[in-house]
Design a protein. Structure first.
Length: 24
């Protein structure tokens, strides 16, 4: 499950933030 070396907790937090905004 390693699509990129840049996929870290930071990207996960950003993704969750985007999802939260879209689901708001």
């Amino acid at each position: 499950m390693e699509r990129s070396a840049g996929f870290t907790l930071v990207e996960i937090l950003v993704t969750l933030l985007v999802v939260a905004v879209l689901a708001a």
